[in-house]
Ligand binder design. Structure first.
Ligand code: COA
Length: 181
């Protein structure tokens, strides 16, 4: 049974003042999700490049980037999404105005309860409000949980690309779905 997440969780836009929280949350959820397959020593280097407070704050201050955070009834962050306007999307992404989902994570303790679906629905609303007509993302080909979730949310594989993690090069799907304007 899917619980009514609106009673238990809330989803809100992020502001520059959320930089410290998002920096810590992003590093933690990346490590918990992908640390076993993306280990040290590159893991620390990647976290230091991707999630410093300064990097997150710069994105939060950019008009092209937008973030959503999921909070539980006590205000603890349990998931987040970051999106970016994408004027030059990869081949296969058809649309006039694209948005990339750069990051999308639900805390493992809260997965499987409809939180990800609620967060993605809110991503659609936010992207559509910014005039987007297509949404795209990269999903690791060896992450069937993510591919299955995105397919359930209406995304289809439209191409392939790579994710560079030090000397490890992951093969990723490019997945996209149209947005109703
Ligand atoms: C992928 C992820 C965001 C899904 O979040 P979630 O809160 O567990 O998803 P939900 O409970 O809202 O599930 C939504 C729908 O997707 C489906 N779904 C979830 N995982 C699935 C899977 N592995 N395969 C197929 N469908 C799946 C659910 O069954 C549900 O559909 P339903 O309503 O018909 O039952 C979450 O597992 C996660 O954060 N994983 C680790 C981080 C990650 O890999 N992020 C993606 C980076 S590319």
């Amino acid at each position: 049974m899917t619980i009514d997440v609106s009673r238990t969780f809330s989803i809100r836009d992020c502001r520059p003042g959320d930089a410290e929280m998002l920096s810590a949350l992003g590093a933690r959820l990346f490590t918990e999700s992908y640390g076993p397959t993306h280990p040290e020593p590159e893991l620390s280097r990647y976290l230091a490049r991707a999630f410093p407070v300064s990097v997150v704050r710069t994105a939060l201050e950019s008009p092209d980037d937008f973030f959503l955070v999921v909070e539980d009834g006590k205000g603890a962050a349990t998931g987040y999404a970051s999106m970016r306007m994408s004027p030059d999307p990869p081949a296969g992404v058809d649309g006039e105005r694209a948005v990339e989902v750069v990051r999308f994570y639900v805390d493992p303790a809260y997965q499987g309860r409809g939180v990800g679906a609620a967060l993605m629905e809110e991503c659609f609303v936010e992207a559509t409000a910014r005039g987007a007509d297509v949404m795209w993302l990269q999903a690791w080909k060896e992450a069937p949980w993510a591919i299955g979730f995105y397919a359930r949310m209406g995304f289809a594989v439209v191409g392939s690309t790579f994710f560079h993690f030090g000397e490890q090069i992951d093969n990723d799907h490019v997945m996209a779905r149209p947005l109703q304007q």
